[in-house]
Design a protein around this ligand. Structure first.
Ligand code: ATP
Ligand code: LTN
Length: 338
């Protein structure tokens, strides 16, 4: 199926920085990727160039890019509806990032909170990590993107992207669409299961805090059952007073489609044991099949390569048009053919 030319353009990216995506990635962003492809012209990208902003092993990165693409397909990203590709196969991203970097204030880039957090955790901070949000802006602006489905932690990067697009348009004439973030309030930040004050993250300090989509179903059950709650026994939505239970309610509601207030009344008078036991089953049933589907995509190397090359070709066709415009606007010569 092809989408009508008037369908809104959607772009999003995810880093291949772990062997499996986690529940935060899924509920915060990836589920929206799948939903939006129905009525959008969607470009979804495994952003391997972002992944080298911290220390990496080349072989592991190469493999993780494939595993990431396979997981996206397993989750329902449909190559007939969306364009799925790997960032490094489309050189226009790095080329536009250079131009946008020259429009970005040093102070402006220095205010990015994700840079401050990530650089504090590194022994050796690179210039690449500092300019990471500029590459992200290039990713988005190359596609004349209207909507960007992400989790709440990307809001500030989206603001920078919008500022850069508006500034460039103002300085050089209309070139880029100014994109809107697409962030679902209910699931914008899924919390760590062991420490609900923090967002769920692959760099969680507790091995049980982060639930991976490729975890064994029994491991998923264990993680849910050992999630931190509180000393009461009441299943009630209260982000301030009961952050652990609230996080589990949000996850339960998102995966089952049952509204939070209905879950609250269903579990009235029952303890956390029943609630967690039922949620553990919902999680294992919904996410369990993803691992197998991922393996199937990984086993068919030729088909996965075909999907990614086709995605990259379609991406380049759009990206090169935008880059050509930007090159002309800043006074560059066009790249020569090789
Ligand atoms: P991590 O904190 O695990 O390193 P990240 O933000 O670096 O995560 P990415 O793989 O780059 O991970 O994120 C992919 C998408 O998942 C982004 O849109 C991000 O906003 C979203 N996301 C990540 N963690 C969460 C979370 N805990 N809740 C909601 N959305 C999330
Ligand atoms: N910065 C994002 C990943 C990312 C992205 C993008 C998301 C890179 N380029 C473009 C949306 C659009 C992250 O760390 N989660």
């Amino acid at each position: 199926m092809t989408t009508a030319a008037s369908a809104p353009r959607v772009f999003s990216g995810i880093q291949p920085t772990s062997d499996s995506f986690h529940l935060g990635n899924y509920l915060g962003a990836l589920r929206q990727w799948v939903a939006l492809q129905e009525d959008s012209d969607a470009f979804y990208c495994v952003v391997d160039q972002h992944a080298i902003t911290v220390t990496h092993d080349p072989k592991v990165l190469h493999q993780r890019s494939r595993t990431s693409a396979a997981q996206l397909l397993a989750l329902g990203v449909d190559p007939e509806r969306s364009n799925l590709f790997i960032q490094s196969q489309v050189p226009e991203h790095a080329m536009l990032a250079w131009i946008l970097g020259c429009e970005t204030g040093f102070g402006e880039a220095s205010r990015m909170t994700q840079f401050k957090d990530k650089s504090a955790k590194q022994e050796h901070t690179t210039v690449g990590l500092f300019t990471y949000p500029v590459l992200m802006a290039a990713d988005i602006l190359l596609y004349q993107t209207q909507r960007v489905p992400v989790g709440a932690d990307q809001r500030q990067h989206l603001e920078l992207t919008r500022d850069l697009a508006a500034r460039f348009n103002n300085n050089y004439g209309q070139t880029f669409t100014v994109p809107e973030p697409y962030i679902l309030k209910e699931t914008e930040t899924i919390k760590d299961l062991s420490d609900p004050a923090k967002k769920m993250s692959k760099s969680s300090e507790s091995p049980r805090g982060c639930l991976y989509l490729l975890d064994e179903p029994n491991q998923m059950r264990k993680k849910i059952k050992s999630a931190v709650t509180d000393s009461e026994a009441e299943v009630r939505y209260d982000p301030e007073g009961k952050p652990g239970v609230t996080n589990l309610l949000v996850i339960y509601s998102a995966l089952s489609g049952t509204p939070v207030d209905k879950l609250e009344s269903e579990y009235q008078g029952k303890g956390y044991g029943d609630f967690k036991g039922d949620l553990a089953e919902v999680v294992a049933e919904t996410l369990g099949p993803i691992a197998r589907a991922t393996r199937e995509y990984l086993d068919d190397k030729a088909e996965l390569d075909r999907i990614l090359v086709e995605g990259a070709e379609k991406a380049r066709a759009v990206a090169s048009r935008t880059l050509a415009k930007a090159y002309k606007k800043v006074g560059f010569y066009p790249p020569v053919a090789n």
